[in-house]
Design a protein around this ligand. Sequence first.
Ligand SMILES: [Zn+2]
Length: 94
Amino acid sequence: MATLDEWLDAYEVVYRALPATAHLPCPNCGHHALRMVFIGPPGAGYGYASFWCDTCLEGIHVSRAPVPAGAAARSIDAPDEERGRGIPNYRLVT
Ligand SMILES: [Zn+2]
């Protein structure tokens, strides 16, 4: 199982590549299924990031992350089903 540090390293790589897609394998299972979604106050330019793997359903939360230019952020005020659309109930690595 990947450690939190390994997840944070992967996060950095994917984060810096935004809004392009970094073709990085999951640090846990090796599949190319990493996903990142930002949720924050509208127009604030920061939010929290959900970062997970769609294959093994593990991942992390990063709070108060600046939203990179060109990356989409969902509104914290949106209804649950809209805010959480496509985000599975994944296991948080701590
Ligand atoms: Zn995985």
